[in-house]
Design a protein around this ligand. Structure first.
Ligand code: CTP
Length: 405
């Protein structure tokens, strides 16, 4: 099972002998489904070449803060925003001191200051340096600020000495990385999520559908799993793999999605409607392929459509309704339309996103959203769909807590 599916890990490598282990770390993170980009300090390039880490990560390795070429590919602020986690392994005592002091003296330290996602640091240094009072003080400061320390481990060191300060085993770093994403805030809850498009058949070879990729719904399913929930994912046809720990039910049309949702609702505590459900379906589905020659002589055809059931509205209007969250993909008057849907569909929360911006929305990996409740709203900065999903799940858990409190 891939436990870091689609997580974006920005791996920072600093200049110590353990830097060679970053090559193995990239591979192990990728084995778990993570996407890895690498930033190296200049000193680390003395221990392992950027080319090696570039070949393994399959992306350019960033080393310089002011490098016109790499900045044009992905600037340092963009890189910080891209990440779901910045993991610095190995982290030298000098790097730790820089971060503790809030310095942005090179690309990696600047990124650590700019990143809004979690930061984890795996120290690796000589045992005396690790035991040094200023290193210890700096590490305490980092922990107080919510930065996670992975290790260090004890044992024989590259310098021949024995003690604490070795880089944690690569497998242990991967395990702690996964644990960092597991929050448990929805433990014991059953979350039902709809995702992807629906397809409404016209005849055996044609259908009406939309551009939904399923990425946002699948990312929410992953975030709900990380929060400890049991997840039923009811999905229209997509080209991406659903999270393995979810109970995935594949459907094609809106009517099939409606039926699958009704069957899954009994034990549902939370329902999240992310699917881009087709609002209409053809009244008549031809059993045979419709021939062009059957069209009237003026070369135009008319397709009569009938409305599909509104899945989320039917969920929200049940007697024992789950906490219900909708999504509103809009191209204009985004907040106003989303607010109207929140009220008319009787939802507890709605997530509005502007799909007119081409870098966001349906097929993109990023999203720019605003979360609305009946009495307030919160704009989320542009983030990866994984990071947005984690934040939405946090907000869902908080709101359920407030309602029960
Ligand atoms: N939704 C649903 N069933 C439908 C249509 C929409 O469950 N038949 C859900 C979507 O999953 C989403 C929310 O309703 O959570 C808003 O979907 P959207 O397509 O934006 O809303 P519509 O009501 O279809 O409004 P419009 O197409 O006019 O924007």
């Amino acid at each position: 099972m891939q436990t870091l599916m689609n997580k974006r890990v920005l791996l920072g490598v600093t200049g110590g002998i353990a830097a060679y282990k970053s090559a193995e770390l990239i591979r192990r993170l990728q084995d778990q489904g993570a996407q890895v980009r690498v930033v190296m300090t200049r000193a680390s390039t003395e221990f392992i070449t950027p080319l090696t880490l570039q070949a393994l990560s399959q992306h350019p390795v960033h080393t310089e803060l002011l490098d016109a070429e790499t900045e044009s590919a992905m600037g340092h602020i963009e890189l910080a925003r891209w990440a779901d986690l910045v993991l610095v392994a190995p982290a030298t005592t000098n790097f730790i001191a820089q971060i503790a002091g809030g310095h942005g003296s090179d690309l990696l330290t600047t990124l650590c200051l700019a990143a809004e996602c979690p930061l984890a640091i795996a120290p690796a240094m000589n045992q005396a340096m690790w035991g040094n009072a200023s290193t210890q003080q700096n590490c305490n400061l980092l922990t107080q600020r919510g930065i996670r320390l992975f290790g260090p481990a004890e044992g024989l060191q590259a310098c021949g000495e024995e003690g604490s300060g070795r880089l944690l085993d690569v497998d242990a770093i991967v395990t702690q990385t996964r644990e960092l994403f597991d929050t448990g805030i929805l433990a014991g809850k059953h979350v039902v999520i709809t995702a992807g498009p629906t397809r409404e058949a016209i005849d055996p070879v044609r259908f009406i559908s939309n551009h939904s990729s399923g990425k946002q719904g699948y990312a929410l399913a992953t975030a709900a799993l990380e929060a400890g929930a049991k997840v039923t994912l009811i999905t229209g046809p997509t080209s991406i793999a659903p999270p393995e720990r979810a109970n995935t039910i594949g459907v094609t049309s809106a009517s099939e999605m409606f039926d699958a949702v009704q069957r899954s609702l009994e034990e549902a505590d939370i329902f999240i409607g992310v699917a881009a459900v087709a609002d209409y379906r053809p009244v008549n589905v031809s059993e045979q392929k419709i021939k062009k020659s059957a069209a009237p002589s003026n070369s135009s055809v008319t397709l009569e459509l009938v409305e599909n059931p509104d899945i989320i509205q039917s969920v929200a209007n049940q007697d024992h309704r789950p906490f219900t969250i909708g999504f509103a993909a809009e191209t204009d008057n985004v907040i106003e339309h989303a607010k109207n849907k929140l009220v008319s569909k009787n939802l507890d929360m709605i997530v509005a996103n502007d799909v007119s911006e081409t870098e966001f929305g349906f097929n993109s990996d990023q999203n720019h959203t605003t979360v609305l409740w009946p009495n307030r709203s919160e704009e989320l900065p542009a983030m990866s769909k994984a990071a947005i999903s984690s934040r939405i799940i946090e907000l869902v858990a908080e709101t359920i807590g407030e309602n029960n409190g």
